[in-house]
Design a protein around this ligand. Structure first.
Ligand SMILES: [Fe+2]
Ligand SMILES: [Fe+2]
Length: 136
């Protein structure tokens, strides 16, 4: 597992929901691959394919996550969905910019990193708490 850009940190990032943790790990894997191939100066077509994979997996993951927390008494569901929609808009904006310029900017990687730390740690862990209470 490539972890040059972002390393999975069980203690800080776990939602205590194994299926969601596995999906987050896959997300991080794709981001790391994008970072590494970009560092290795891979061609635009290859990077574009990874950006598309990231966007498509993100859409899939958000869909799985929303279906999961909709089964819980989770009061932040609507806000969480709105945040997902905003993240997808921003991700697609970065992807469109890359299509035009062929350059993956530091701002793009910063966005990915912030998303991981702020969203997984600050937001996703909240449904984890509810899920743990439900199964306790
Ligand atoms: Fe989320
Ligand atoms: Fe998530």
């Amino acid at each position: 597992m490539a972890d040059s850009f972002f390393k999975w940190d069980q203690e800080r990032l776990t939602t205590h929901v194994e299926a969601m943790d596995n999906e987050h790990k896959k997300l991080i894997d794709i981001m790391n691959r994008l970072f590494e191939r970009n560092e290795a100066k891979a061609g635009k077509a290859e990077l574009q394919a990874i950006v598309r994979e990231l966007a498509s997996w993100t859409v899939t993951h958000f869909d799985h996550e929303e279906k999961f927390f909709d089964t819980l008494p989770y009061s932040q569901a609507a806000v969480h969905k709105k945040i997902h929609a905003d993240l997808i808009t921003r991700l697609k904006g970065h992807a469109a910019e890359f299509d035009k310029t062929g350059v993956l900017t530091p701002a793009f990687f910063q966005f990915l990193k912030t998303w991981l730390t702020a969203h997984i740690m600050g937001i996703d862990t909240k449904y984890g708490v509810i899920a743990a209470q439900k199964s306790a």
